[in-house]
Design a protein around this ligand. Structure first.
Ligand code: ATP
Length: 354
């Protein structure tokens, strides 16, 4: 089931919360909607589900216009952050619930429901827990039950709103991997709302970056990380160093530092450099105008990378650099050492409004 959102806008009073959203989710794709708090993620999911209606635009499910259709017609399975399991029912009963309440005409037989619940318990790896009650499960297990319950009605699409948001970091990580595997098995068209970058990058086929009700970028995780299309995405995704300067005569200039840029005209500019995109060189003689002289202020070993904090000698700006262990040991760096910092990859945007 593919989904197409065309030109969706929505306001509450004078506040526009969705602004001309265009997005296609292909059949079987898992798309993550990632953005800061209040950017409109949940609102978009609710409009898609039929829990809210857009002021403008249309929604097509496999080419059929369901913009004004009620929630039931959209056949969506939901999983929310807070487990909405029924505490007085066993896990089996919880999973079977959506099937048991179907009208007689559409309700499967008792035996078929039992078999379906068996399959789902197997899928979410909770076979031994069918007769327990939700209070006898961990938070992560309860969210897996919530997913099984959502899948029981054989939805056409799966909508996940911060499904692991209430769980601790370790469980979240396990569930992310589990969700990825589960999605590979069931291949259901899915939209995952999250503000957790790691979650979006690890789980999704494509990521939609949303900000102030507008889509900033749509792409695979590597496209979004490697080629952010604007300064918002650069800043929002991963760590980044920002260096302010001037764009003039086709160059970005910051003190003695100069590099050619595509931007023409004269304006203030901001250069973005990821911490792993620096070369560190021994500070011999004068820094070329492609490097900043800097002093190492801190060295933090952080797993497979070494994080360095440096202070630029020309204007005292703090710069964060990441090196592999190998690079670090080859350079034999020590605290307080003076070095030249040369960006390997740098992206400059005009500073309008930043
Ligand atoms: N029923 C409502 N009435 C008025 N304003 C609303 C309503 N629901 C949401 N909003 C506003 O719409 C904007 C988008 O909210 P939404 O919940 O979609 O954001 P979000 O990206 O999901 O945020 P979070 O990550 O914090 O959950 C916010 O400014 C919010 O205050």
């Amino acid at each position: 089931m593919s989904i197409e959102l065309k030109n969706i806008s929505k306001s509450y009073g004078s506040c526009q919360i969705l602004n001309h959203i265009n997005l296609t989710i292909q059949t079987g794709e898992l798309v993550a909607l990632l953005g800061p708090s209040g950017s409109g993620k949940t609102s978009l999911l609710r409009v898609l589900a039929g829990l809210e209606y857009a002021d403008e635009g249309s929604i097509l499910f496999h080419g059929i216009n369901l913009t004004d259709a009620p929630i039931k017609k959209r056949k969506a399975g939901f999983v929310f952050q807070h487990y909405a399991l029924f505490n007085t029912m066993t896990i089996r009963e919880n999973i079977a619930y959506g099937l048991k309440v179907k009208s007689r005409k559409f309700r499967p037989s008792k035996r078929a429901i039992h078999e379906k619940v068996d399959q789902l318990l197997h899928l979410v790896r909770l076979e031994p827990y069918g007769e327990r009650y939700p209070s006898q499960l961990s938070g992560g297990q309860r969210q897996r039950v919530a997913l099984a319950r959502a899948l029981a009605i054989e939805p056409h699409i799966l909508l996940l709103d911060e499904p692991f948001g209430a769980l601790d970091a370790k469980v979240r990580k396990e569930l992310r991997q589990w969700l990825r595997q589960l999605h590979r098995q069931v291949k259901m068209t899915s939209l995952l709302v999250t503000h957790d970058q790691e979650e979006a990058f690890e789980v999704a086929d494509r990521i939609v970056i949303i900000n102030k009700g507008q889509i900033e970028q749509i792409g695979t995780p590597s496209q979004v990380y490697e080629k952010p299309v604007n300064s918002f995405v650069y800043d929002f995704i991963g760590h980044v160093n920002r260096v302010r300067g001037t764009i003039r005569d086709g160059q970005f200039i910051n003190g003695n530092f100069k590099i050619p840029v595509e931007n023409t005209g004269s304006t203030d500019g901001i250069a973005f450099i990821r911490p792993d995109q620096f070369s560190i060189k021994a500070a011999n003689g004068h820094a070329a105008n492609r490097a900043w002289p800097a002093t190492i202020t801190h060295i933090h070993p952080a797993g497979s990378v070494i994080r360095l904090e440096l202070e630029r000698q020309d204007d005292a700006q703090s710069i964060e650099v990441e090196l592999t262990k190998r690079e670090f040991s080859q350079l034999s760096l020590i605290k307080s050492q003076r070095v030249f910092l040369e960006p390997k990859q740098i992206k400059v945007f005009a500073a309008d409004g930043l």
